[in-house]
Write a protein that binds this ligand. Structure first.
Ligand SMILES: Cc1cc2nc3c(=O)[nH]c(=O)nc-3n(C[C@H](O)[C@H](O)[C@H](O)COP(=O)(O)OP(=O)(O)OC[C@H]3O[C@@H](n4cnc5c(N)ncnc54)[C@H](O)[C@@H]3O)c2cc1C
Length: 401
């Protein structure tokens, strides 16, 4: 959007040629595959599995894995740009790829040799889809309070997995499940480990995806684990490190979701500007009313701010800057909030046409609401921000010492 001075361009973001190529690929994929399909998938409340394969064939299946293993080798900032291109058309599909790519990246980084050998190739190629299973029916915000158990066998050679997971993106199609479980009822976060479990293993039960407000392409649903036998080979993150590992990529994910919400807002604003210029009322165009112009001017200000915060956070996370977690929390809280408000304003200036499903604003609106829960609800972002206000202050540190 040329009119929006202040939005960082790719030159400002310090992206390399490989990263720019992937962003171009994402933009073409959004145009050629997502734009013709997204509304239909939402109406059907299901994403055809082959769309994931097409995305992986285009090179979007292993973005965070190193080039040496066939991945994209891109950083957090470029990941945000790639997902921004996709989310501008369909946030739900973009999030399918966020979750899959994050897991592929984690397996490349911390997986055992046999796990890397077995999984990276098929996952990068899109033959196998990943999911991240932390949230449970009893709660998602208090991520350390897991009730899913992995009980060690008496001979110390394996585990038995029991419990339920809910609100899992890609539940509809996932093949590789990263399951976080408690190994010791008395150990709290120190007892959490993670396992890589095939979705077709005996005892794994996939529940039907949820009917939600929107964003059905995410295929969000649940899994049950009924006396699932696990071997030592299935251990992904050792006991004691599971909680930290689950939180490891969360700052990056929050910055990426912030960029994705900015993308939906940018699309809504462009469509609202175009519509109000065409539409007439009281012998002038709707765009001629100063009240309408000012509404959209406020949306534009929020958009510039949201995108700035998103990319400041992505840069901070990528460079491991102190305060990156707080930057990501600010970015995610602000972007989801202004996307929800701003898309509603854009719909309002379009009159009743704003409600119609032959343009994507209603889909964006629902997706912005859904996004406010992803990678921690808005209140949890405030917990992170408030902690920095109070705990990081010298007088608070002195009091705690
Ligand atoms: C479409 C979708 C896809 C998802 N995908 C995944 C996934 O792939 N993997 C996964 O593991 N999870 C996933 N989630 C779960 C998501 O991370 C949780 O919904 C989120 O963490 C909130 O948990 P909850 O819904 O259980 O809310 P609860 O934890 O029950 O919280 C209820 C309310 O209380 C508030 N609250 C909780 N604690 C505090 C506090 N300390 N201070 C103030 N307010 C508080 C919350 O913000 C919320 O508003 C997904 C969620 C959705 C909606």
């Amino acid at each position: 959007m040329a009119a929006l001075a202040g939005i960082p361009g790719d030159d400002e973001l310090g992206l390399g040629p490989n990263e720019r190529r992937r962003i171009g690929t994402a933009a073409a994929f959004a145009r050629e595959v997502l734009a013709p399909g997204a509304a239909q998938w939402e109406a059907a409340r299901a994403l055809p599995r082959e769309v994931v394969s097409l995305a992986a064939e285009a090179g979007l299946g292993g973005l965070l894995a190193p080039v040496e293993v066939g991945g994209g080798g891109i950083g957090v900032v470029a990941m945000a740009r790639v997902m921004e291109e996709l989310a501008r058309v369909d946030l739900a599909f973009a999030f399918v790829l966020v979750v899959h790519n994050n897991l592929v990246g984690a397996i490349a980084r911390r997986g055992a040799d046999h796990q890397r050998a077995a999984l990276l190739g098929p996952m990068i190629a899109g033959e196998r889809l990943g999911a991240f299973l932390l949230t449970e029916p009893t709660g998602g915000s208090d991520a350390a309070a897991l009730r899913t158990t992995a009980a060690p066998d008496h001979d110390g050679r394996g585990w038995q997995l029991d419990g339920d997971k809910s609100w899992i993106t890609n539940a509809a199609h996932a093949d590789v499940l990263a399951v976080y479980a408690q190994t010791d009822a008395y150990a709290g976060w120190r007892g959490i480990a993670a396992f890589l479990v095939e979705a077709d293993r005996p005892g794994v039960v996939r529940t039907d995806p949820y009917a939600m407000l929107g964003a059905h392409a995410m295929g969000a649903g649940g899994f049950g684990f009924r006396a699932v036998r696990l071997g030592e080979d299935d251990l992904f993150v050792p006991v004691g490190h599971g909680f930290r590992a689950a939180m490891e990529g969360i700052d990056a994910a929050r910055a990426v979701v912030a960029a994705m919400c900015s993308a939906m807002l940018a699309d809504a604003l462009e469509r609202a500007v175009a519509h109000t210029r065409r539409r007439a009322a009281f012998a002038q165009t709707v765009a001629d009313f100063q009240g309408v112009q000012w509404m959209l001017a406020d949306v534009a200000t929020d958009l510039v701010a949201a995108r700035r915060l998103a990319y400041d956070a992505a840069q901070a996370v990528q460079h491991g800057a102190p305060g990156a977690s707080v930057a990501a929390a600010h970015a995610k809280k602000f972007a989801t909030r202004v996307a929800l408000d701003g898309i509603a304003q854009c719909m309002a200036v379009m009159g009743a046409d704003g409600l119609r499903q032959d343009h994507p604003l209603a889909r964006h609106f629902a997706a912005a609401k859904v996004a406010s829960y992803l990678d921690g609800a808005t209140e949890i972002q405030n917990v992170v921000i408030a902690r920095s206000l109070f705990r990081d202050r010298p007088e608070a540190q002195a009091a705690e010492a």
